[in-house]
Design a protein around this ligand. Structure first.
Ligand code: 9MR
Length: 530
């Protein structure tokens, strides 16, 4: 489509509608990288189609090495003529990009059997992947032209697959739509490796904000933090600042400073805010609440607290986690009813949940009210228990708008890593009750990721792709928030004391494979549409 950035350079000069977020040097470098990865996508699919199942590993690897060399050379050239260091920082490293894409091509085709179907799909997919990824180069110059081109190229791919895809006898993938989906996954994965566009912009483009939880003092103390947030985040959650103990440590005493800092930052940057969390019985309950003399006093505390906090931020916060973790913690001894044994439950029974939601609704009639829980991403007794609780509350007319799926993958429950279909079925189960759903605290522990044949960070990337991909396929899934953004500040280290690396950026703010997996899911959704 474009050669060596020359035509793009010209387009850049002619175009008045350049993305503010992508300065010209970055656009020029990014488009050259995208062109190279577009070609690599085509080449890798050709290799897959030809060598898969031929038992000729040596030759396949030799050819992949050729692709790796070509991408590395093209990317080095792109970075040198752009004269812009950020182009290197925003894409994967060349060899990693090719390896990630080769693994994706292998995975997407391997599922299609018998092998002749996979080979055929590989051949058909080549040009579509190349053309789709090249559209993203155009997107760095003109959003509007790229939107039109994207729609056209996807429609052409759909038409061509419906005419030429043999279908019968292939499984899965018998339907042209399924074949198309695989092509779009590949193109998304390829674009993700090379594009300089941040998650925030892509989240906006597909209407699903990508969020991060923060401690405002950590943002203030680290000069690399804010620039990354600006680029990657469309939604903020206060990791601790809005919880009961820090914000309302004694009756009548408020400590709004840190929460205000989160709110101000979000408003300055035009980001959405998720309020977290009004009532959490297991942790962050101040001593005066734990010591409540009886139901009446506890009710009064609840009312003062919820009304005070919700009222202060009314109209400025999009969603509140009204009650957090009503089920007992996964490692706690189960109570007879499976609910968390906390002061609210003891003094008020399950009615505390309904009461909290009614108080929040009264204080802000438009904010979306969420019930947030962990360990519910996979089906099983715990998800069933939570589901029954939610249905019960809805039947009582409790104003619940949404369910937050925390998603501390690999930790709660330990060493469980839901795949995309599992995530999707779980999200849909609750969305089918007429509720919004959202992934609110995503991180993926690598410490207990045994039994994967892939390197730990690649497996982690797959787990991020599973969660993101699922949310992006469920119309009522309104956003995905990661619990922190850089490994340096993860609660898994500071709170649990574990030497883990669960987040998409490493300690030095370098994006990890997980980051490119998230970006790939967003691109895929850009191609598939809502
Ligand atoms: O990451 C939070 C950590 O800094 C706090 O010390 C801890 C207790 O308040 O809470 C952590 O965040 C939790 C969140 O609020 C609710 N779901 C589980 C999160 C991880 O423990």
């Amino acid at each position: 489509m474009f050669r060596s950035g020359a035509i793009l350079g010209l387009l850049l000069l002619l175009s008045s509608e350049t993305f503010a977020a992508v300065p010209p040097d970055l656009a020029r470098c990014g488009s050259a990288k995208l062109e190279a990865i577009a070609q690599a996508c085509s080449d890798l699919l050709g290799i897959e189609a030809r060598f898969r199942n031929r038992g000729n590993e040596g030759e396949r690897e030799r050819r992949r090495e050729g692709v790796r060399r070509r991408v590395v050379a093209a990317w080095a050239e792109a970075e040198s003529f752009a004269g812009d260091a950020t182009c290197a920082e925003r894409t994967a490293r060349g060899p990693d990009a090719v390896d990630a894409l080769a693994a994706l091509a292998e995975e997407v085709l391997a599922e299609v059997t018998p092998p002749r179907c996979a080979a055929r799909l590989g051949r058909l997919a080549r040009r579509h992947c190349r053309r789709l990824v090249n559209v993203e180069a155009l997107a760095l110059v003109s959003a509007q032209k790229a939107d039109e081109a994207r729609t056209r190229v996807v429609a052409q791919a759909r038409r061509r697959l419906s005419l030429r895809w043999p279908g019968q006898g292939c499984s899965p993938g018998a339907e042209p739509d399924d074949a198309l989906r695989r092509v779009l996954t590949l193109a998304g994965g390829a674009a993700a490796q090379a594009s300089p566009r941040g998650l925030r912009e892509l989240g906006d483009a597909v209407g699903v904000p990508v969020g991060v939880s923060i401690e405002p003092f950590e943002v203030a103390a680290d000069p690399d933090y804010l620039p990354t947030l600006r680029r990657e985040t469309g939604s903020l959650t206060a990791e601790n600042a809005m919880k009961w103990a820090p914000i309302h440590p004694a009756p009548g005493q408020w400590n709004f400073g840190p929460a205000d800092a989160v709110m101000d930052l979000a408003e300055e940057e035009g980001m959405r805010v998720r309020g977290h969390a009004l009532v959490w019985g297991a942790l962050s309950v101040p001593a005066y609440v734990e010591a409540a003399s009886g139901p009446e006093q506890l009710r009064a505390y609840l009312a003062e607290h919820i009304t005070g906090v919700v009222d202060r931020y009314a109209g400025r916060i999009a969603q509140w986690d009204v009650v957090n973790e009503p089920l007992s913690a996964i490692l706690d001894p189960p109570t007879s009813d499976g609910l968390d044994d906390n002061v609210f439950q003891r003094l008020l029974g399950t009615a505390y949940i309904a009461e909290a939601f009614h108080l929040a609704r009264a204080a802000d009639p438009t904010v979306r009210l969420f019930l947030n829980e962990n360990g519910i991403a996979a089906p099983g007794p715990r998800q069933d228990l939570f589901y029954d609780l939610v249905v019960d509350l809805l039947v009582q007319g409790v104003p619940i708008d949404g369910i937050g799926f925390q998603g501390h993958v690999g930790l709660t429950p330990l060493a469980v890593y839901p795949d995309r279909a599992t995530w999707e079925a779980s999200l849909r189960r609750f969305a089918d009750l007429g509720l919004d759903v959202e992934i609110t605290e995503l991180d993926v522990s690598v410490l207990f990721r045994f039994g994967s044949s892939r390197p730990p960070l690649r497996a982690q990337a797959d787990d991020y792709r599973a969660a993101f991909g699922a949310c992006l396929r469920v119309p009522r899934c309104r956003g995905v928030t990661t619990w922190g953004i850089s490994d340096r500040y993860t609660w898994v280290r500071s709170f649990l004391g574990l030497p883990d690396d669960p987040l998409p950026f490493d300690d030095g703010w370098i994006p990890k494979p997980a980051y490119f997996a998230m970006r790939g899911s967003l691109y895929e959704r850009l191609y598939t549409g809502p």
